[in-house]
Design a protein around this ligand. Structure first.
Ligand code: HPA
Ligand code: ZN
Length: 336
């Protein structure tokens, strides 16, 4: 038995970067297509998996938006969310902060309310059944316009008690954070937290914009921040959490191989890095797979792994008392 793998499996962890629609497994795409009488351009589950061969973010996004077409009813969103929470529970994930893409649904005629009701019903059920706590972050799709983002923020107003924050997702290159400065300011005025994808494919400048213009509370990916030494110093000084997604980076060719992944360098710089799945149904692994494969490829130590697990709670939007309780549980597991 590998002691480090065993420790990874036993450690309580939080997931801070997960697109709910990216946890839609091929089997569920097939089941929901049948249930909802939807035509999909695949003959079999194997056919779907074979199509998941990406050269970049856009290759993936094209199939991600096709996949989510099978999500039609409140029950579909409920089933999707429950499946993710059940799978995360199996990996000892104790808390999740889940991204949703409302525009991916409202843009094809599914009501905002339908999406919210299915997901929040599952979140309550997941807490009861598995003890997993969860929060929701709604992402604006950056390939769409500022006006459409404002429209989405408007639709969210009746549900603000169920939404922790806003994020920025989809095609990064050509859609800098500055495009959404005003809508992020409006979200801040509503009391919402702010996070943004930056530095996945985009340059360090996009990370600067996310910090300065969007006033983010957390940085999603951030890999390319390492190209800018002053930016790294700033992220360390501000104790900014980076939600890093190793298997996603591998499958979207952000890195050539896991051995060259920057996670270990991030930790060595003192950055508050975390490990996350991004779109596990598309990228070949849930939480423990991400930890274990990265730990093996980079030679992470026991201390590195414990730091990553602790960072996931430190970087969460949980109240400090809950964070402290999770950190104490990590210490207890690590010393058992
Ligand atoms: N990057 C940007 N947008 C996304 C991703 C991603 O990895 N997954 C789903 N939307
Ligand atoms: Zn992402």
């Amino acid at each position: 038995m590998n002691d480090l793998h065993d420790l990874i499996r036993r450690l309580p962890k939080a997931e801070l970067h997960l697109h709910l629609e990216g946890s839609l497994e091929p089997e569920m795409i097939f089941d929901l297509a049948r249930r909802n009488n939807i035509d999909i351009p695949y003959a079999s589950v194997e056919d779907i998996r074979a199509a998941y061969d990406f050269s970049n973010l856009q290759d993936f996004l094209d199939l991600y938006y096709i996949g989510m077409n099978v999500l039609q009813t409140e029950d579909d969103l409920y089933d999707l969310t429950m499946a993710y929470l059940r799978r995360s529970n199996a990996d000892n994930v104790r808390h999740v902060e889940v991204f949703i893409d409302p525009q991916g649904h409202t843009g094809r005629g599914i009501a905002f309310e339908t999406v919210m009701n299915g997901i929040t019903r599952a979140m309550a059920e997941g807490e009861k059944e598995f003890g997993i706590t969860s929060k929701l972050i709604m992402c604006f799709l950056r390939h769409l316009s500022e006006a459409e983002a404002f429209e989405t923020l408007e639709q969210a107003k009746p549900f603000l008690h169920q939404i922790e924050g806003v994020g920025l997702a989809s095609s990064e290159l050509g859609h800098p954070p500055s495009k959404f400065q005003r809508v992020f300011a409006a979200a801040a005025d509503l009391g919402l937290k702010r996070v943004a994808h930056a530095g996945e494919e985009g340059p360090p400048d996009y990370v600067h914009e996310a910090l300065d213009l969007l006033k983010i509370d957390r940085l999603d990916h951030g890999n390319r921040a390492l190209e800018d030494a002053a930016l790294v110093d700033r992220l360390v000084a501000e104790q900014m959490t980076l939600t890093v997604c190793p298997l996603s980076n591998l499958r979207l060719c952000v890195v050539d191989n896991l051995e060259s992944h920057p996670l270990k360098r991030m930790l060595d710089h003192g950055l508050r890095a975390t490990v996350n799945t991004d779109d596990p149904a598309y990228f070949g692994g849930y939480m423990n797979d991400n930890y274990i494969r990265t730990a093996d490829a980079l030679g992470l130590t026991r201390e590195d792994v414990i730091t990553l697990a602790k960072n996931s709670f430190r970087g969460s939007f949980l109240p400090q008392a809950d964070i402290d309780r999770h950190l104490a549980e990590i210490d207890a597991v690590a010393s058992a």
